[in-house]
Write a protein that binds this ligand. Structure first.
Ligand code: COA
Length: 263
């Protein structure tokens, strides 16, 4: 599957910003194998680095993604379930590793796998009707697309345990209070506009430096402080051989606007 036409994904580029919409609205954009396959294909072949950033959202007003497809999961055996989780983990990992900014624009329900996909983006912005949750234990399951790991890193171990044990729904205001979402906006239009605004602001800076900063922050989340500081100083050194670093510092001294190339 290596083409631009997907059954469950819509993709457009506006002002050099990619907007990827999960479009399975009748099932609240729930993630079945096909949606995951399409996401993997998109991230591998069609998510070009010529854009300034990527916004991920869900079709309609009601849901970002209401979770992994529960109906599909009922017929899986252990091997199939662990392969399904692996596929979901690959997709979340691919979102996390993209070198440019990736923002989850959460409109409505972001439950289970939907919340987990959002957690893999650089950060989350949400609309006032957003509802987050990892309700898997209410189905006799556990989160399997990275939620036990990423939620813990983002909101802390104790809060993550409380949310996962109870499976309770978290509305927009609370999501912002606990650091799950950065900001809540009144409508879906405002949500997309704010995500574009942040990507546009970032795009005035060196895309190469942003990519390196993202890499160092992501690595640092998985290792101890000493190792994280080593990654930071190694990359700090390496960036001195980039065009953008030379251009950025020279432009400052020459009192002009830097012309970055992203290399
Ligand atoms: N997997 C598969 N189908 C899903 C789904 C999911 N995670 N979430 C919603 N759907 C489907 C529903 O089955 C329904 O399909 P149908 O019209 O063929 O019956 C359709 O989407 C609309 O959902 P519905 O439940 O009728 O909407 P609602 O407004 O009454 O409730 C939710 C919305 C989100 C509260 C409810 O759909 C829900 O609890 N979904 C499951 C959330 C979840 O547990 N996710 C984690 C999965 S691990």
């Amino acid at each position: 599957m290596r083409n631009d036409s997907y059954e469950f994904l819509d993709y457009k580029v506006e002002d050099e910003i990619g907007i990827l919409t999960i479009n399975r609205e009748d099932k609240l954009n729930a993630l079945n194998e096909k949606v995951l396959d399409e996401l993997r294909d998109f991230l591998e072949f069609n998510c070009k680095s010529t854009i300034k950033g990527l916004i991920l959202t869900g079709a309609g007003e009601k849901a970002f993604i209401a979770g992994a497809d529960i109906k599909a999961m009922t017929s899986m055996d252990s091997t199939e379930a662990s392969e399904f989780a692996y596929k979901g983990q690959q997709v979340t990992f691919m979102f996390e590793e993209i070198r440019f900014p990736v923002i989850a624009a959460v409109n409505g329900f972001a439950l289970g796998g939907g919340c987990e996909v959002a957690l893999a983006c650089d950060f989350i912005l949400c609309s006032e009707n957003a509802v987050f949750g990892l309700p898997e234990v209410s189905l006799g399951l556990i989160p399997g697309f990275g939620g036990t790991q990423r939620l813990t890193k983002i909101v802390g171990r104790n809060r993550a345990k409380e949310l996962i044990y109870t499976g309770r729904m978290v509305k927009a205001d609370e999501a912002c209070e606990i650091g799950l979402s950065l900001k809540s906006l009144t409508s879906k239009e405002e949500l997309i506009a704010e995500a574009k605004n942040i990507i546009n602001k970032a795009s005035k800076n060196s895309p190469h430096a942003i990519g390196v900063a993202k890499f160092v922050i992501n690595r640092g989340a998985d290792i101890n402080l000493d190792e994280g500081l080593k990654v930071e100083r190694d990359m700090f050194g390496e960036i001195f051989s980039s065009y953008d670093m030379k251009e950025g510092t020279l432009a400052f001294l020459e009192k002009r606007k830097a012309q970055f190339k992203g290399e």
